[in-house]
Design a protein around this ligand. Structure first.
Ligand code: PLP
Length: 387
């Protein structure tokens, strides 16, 4: 059996593991050493040093993550934002133009809108579901197109195939934040994207106990991103590498269960008389349903919905949930709930939020691995409490 026909679940456990095993250990031990004896390395980037992301903990993770998305290479970083900012700064320079998704993760939006212009990099925001919008915004100096697989908190899915085609036609570097899908649902590089980016803080690690990121793509591009990270300094600490390595092994089990739970919870919410709107691409009524079915191997485990009521009632509902923990972030084994206006989208002004469909009463729900029946009963009892 060659490596290429290993199934995803087998790669999670076996891909990238050092052979022979280090001192026979089943797990890659934590290499708690910042520097290593000089062994004749020919260049700065080859010197063995923790910031240069080349300890055995890093190398094993790089091989595993690359294998999971069917790519040549990967690099772990100190956070999702570090992966995103380092990738953008590797391929954009003063005078370049970026086409960026108009519903980006808050930290990315802030970087694209407020930081990149300070370095002389222009950007236009695009509706990633509408090809004529990005065609009309293309410029001679456009260098990169950047989108997200599933958007936060409305869970729209872009015209992924058309974005890849457009990038190839116009020789743009295509980047996608694949955090919400994870490689269980989508492998961007196999589908033609140049770089796949992750906040591993979310599904890939899955246990809400570290912050980490990853960049995945060709060996050539990853070589360039790694050199940039070596200078910018956002490398992942060895202890966090160890936890990420442990966490990722159960990715398929967790993600499949979370998607299954979400597929049971979404129709319950959609049919509930106290809810106005449910955003989940697995519902046939959802505007992204056909695109999600075409491109993804599942519909994800993130939902959002609006209570038929005011902000106080939305907060009452959240406060009455027994299992869902009121907290930002997502993708862990535990169900988390938040009102995006108070957390992830607090920096956006109200007019912008309304255009993006983010009302004050919108509630975002990250489905965990608890029993679906318990989560549904919990939602039901919390709705009964709304006065
Ligand atoms: C959380 C998140 C990020 C940022 O990741 P950090 O690990 O918190 O730096 C980027 N993109 C998406 C889609 C996210 O959900």
């Amino acid at each position: 059996m060659t490596k290429d026909n290993q199934s995803f679940e087998t790669k999670l456990i076996h891909a990238g593991e050092p052979k022979p095993r280090i001192a026979g250990a089943i797990n890659v031990p934590i290499f708690q050493s910042s520097t290593y004896e000089y062994a004749g390395e020919g260049s700065y980037h080859d010197v063995r040093y923790l910031r240069l992301s080349n300890t055995p903990n890093h190398l094993a993770l790089h091989k595993k993550l690359a294998a999971l998305e069917g790519a040549e290479a990967a690099l772990v970083t100190s956070s999702g934002m570090s992966a995103i900012t380092t990738a953008l700064l590797t391929f954009l320079k003063a005078g370049d133009h970026l086409l960026a998704h108009n519903t980006l993760y808050g930290g990315t939006a802030n970087f694209v809108n407020n930081e990149l212009p300070r370095y002389g990099i222009e950007r236009d925001l695009i509706d990633a579901t509408n090809p004529s919008d990005w065609e009309s915004k293309l410029k001679p100096n456009t260098k990169v197109i950047y989108v997200e697989t599933i958007t936060n908190p409305i869970m729209d899915v872009p015209e992924l195939g058309k974005i890849v085609e457009f990038a190839k036609t116009h020789e743009l570097i295509s980047m996608i934040d694949n955090t919400f899908a994870s490689p269980v649902l989508y492998c961007p590089v196999v589908q033609g994207f140049d770089l796949s980016l992750h906040s591993c803080t979310k599904y890939i690690n899955g246990h809400s106990d570290i912050v980490a990121g990853a960049v995945i793509g060709s060996a050539d591009y990853l070589g360039q991103v790694t050199k940039k990270l070596n200078h910018l300094g956002g490398s992942l600490d060895s202890n966090a590498c160890f936890l990420l390595h442990r966490g990722v092994k159960t990715l398929a089990l967790r993600m499949n269960k979370q998607c299954e739970n979400a597929m049971l919870i979404a129709p319950f919410l959609e049919n509930h008389p106290q809810l106005k709107k449910v955003n989940y691409p697995g519902l046939e009524s959802n505007s992204s349903f056909e695109r999600a079915k075409e491109h993804l191997c599942g519909f994800g485990a993130m939902l959002s919905f609006e209570i038929d009521g005011d902000v106080d009632q939305a907060d009452q509902f959240i406060n009455h949930l027994q299992y869902a923990i009121k907290a930002p972030s997502l993708g862990g084994v535990e169900t988390l709930v938040t009102r995006p206006v108070t957390t992830s989208h607090a920096l956006m002004d109200k007019a912008e939020r309304e255009v993006a469909g983010i009302s004050d009463t919108l509630i975002r729900y990250s489905v965990g691995i608890e029993a679906a029946d318990d989560l549904i009963a919990d939602l039901q009892q919390a709705l009964e409490h709304i006065g």
